[in-house]
Write a protein that binds this ligand. Structure first.
Ligand code: GTR
Length: 327
């Protein structure tokens, strides 16, 4: 799969096409994604759009705006809450301060592996969380895969926990991840995704943390070649609709949207697995040095203060236990 770089001409052409397409539709929902065309999440929502258009016989169109065309992730979530944008695909990490119920799902080393995460998100716990989204003017339609996140930097290979000391990493804009970095003995700089490349390039930060597809598609491998597969985070992603847009849809169309979103999650997860392998191979080919053999135990043990800080109430303790005990 190839990522498409957005050019002004391309943007104008797609805007013109979108206008033509939109003319046929009774309702057009604008959906935002920070990633470029070709990225699994973008292709997932596009597949959803196709299914919705087909099943509503062209009444509902979803227009996907990739590459942060509608703004940085946090802003687009807020705009979706206000009904300025209709849909957003984003990581729970960005939702943490906006839908605080997602916070516990963003704890380091919470999910054992992808299967564990799917089991949790596709079961009753995922359904309960969807109800929480509704209290924040958002309808959660499907949970996507965002793989696992690991550290990368421009300075040196990180082989042990001690190697992180003194390095400055960009984290997503939420308190859990800042505390996570403190617990690991490194420095956290929260900033939007779109600023990371130049911040590493100019030495404002030493690195960041993300999955292989983001490291690759955002070009971060060009400025931070040392990648350590410590997999400290596995953060679910969500396709959410603004309650304003949702409430305007008749129940049968809401059902079509839900089903199409669920189907798109199956596709996205398949594309994800392929893209992870492809991106890893691509960055290695381009010169990235990957530390794979790493003892994660010290990293996991270091996270204890983060759990102590965030898993405080009996409800939170119960939820984390239920997640951990999900087989
Ligand atoms: C990616 C995720 C994006 C965005 C980005 C980030 O892995 O898919 O939605 O949250 O990380 O680090 O900001």
């Amino acid at each position: 799969m190839k990522f498409v770089t957005t050019t002004l001409a391309g943007l104008l052409a797609s805007a013109a096409l979108a206008t033509v397409a939109a003319a046929e539709c009774e309702t057009t929902l604008r959906s935002s994604d920070t990633h470029p065309d070709g990225y699994p999440t973008v292709e997932g929502v596009k597949a959803m759009a196709e299914e919705v258009k087909e099943k509503t016989e062209g009444r509902i169109c979803i227009e996907v705006f990739p590459s942060s065309q509608l703004g940085e992730e946090k802003d687009t979530i807020e705009q979706t809450q206000f009904g300025v944008i209709d849909m957003v695909r984003a990581s729970f990490g960005t939702f943490n301060d906006i839908v605080p119920e997602t916070q516990l799902f963003s704890l380091p080393y919470l999910f054992r592996n992808q299967e564990h995460m799917y089991k949790v998100m596709d079961g009753p716990i995922g359904d309960e969380l969807a109800e929480a989204f509704a209290e924040h003017d958002l309808v959660a339609l499907a949970y996507y895969d965002g793989g696992s996140r690991s550290f990368y930097n421009s300075q040196k290979p990180v082989e042990t926990l001690e190697d992180l000391a003194g390095l400055k990493f960009r984290v997503m804009e939420n308190d859990v991840f800042v505390d996570m970095m403190d617990a690991l003995g490194a420095n956290a700089t929260p900033m939007p995704y779109g600023e990371v490349y130049s911040a590493i390039q100019t030495g404002v930060i030493d690195g960041a943390e993300n999955n292989f597809p983001s490291y690759d598609s955002a070009g971060h491998n060009e400025v931070a070649k040392y990648f350590t597969l410590d997999q400290h985070l596995m953060v679910p992603e969500v396709v959410a609709v603004s309650t304003t847009a949702w409430d305007n849809l008749p129940p049968e169309d809401q059902e079509i949207m839900r089903e199409a979103a669920q189907n798109s999650a199956v596709l996205e997860r398949k594309l994800w697995a392929e893209q992870e392998a492809a991106s890893e191979a691509k960055v290695v080919e381009a010169g990235a040095e990957i530390v794979k053999e790493i003892d994660k135990t010290p990293f996991i043990d270091a996270m204890a203060p983060v759990y102590e800080k965030y898993v405080t109430t009996p409800e939170a303790q119960d939820l984390v236990k239920r997640i951990q005990e999900t087989e």
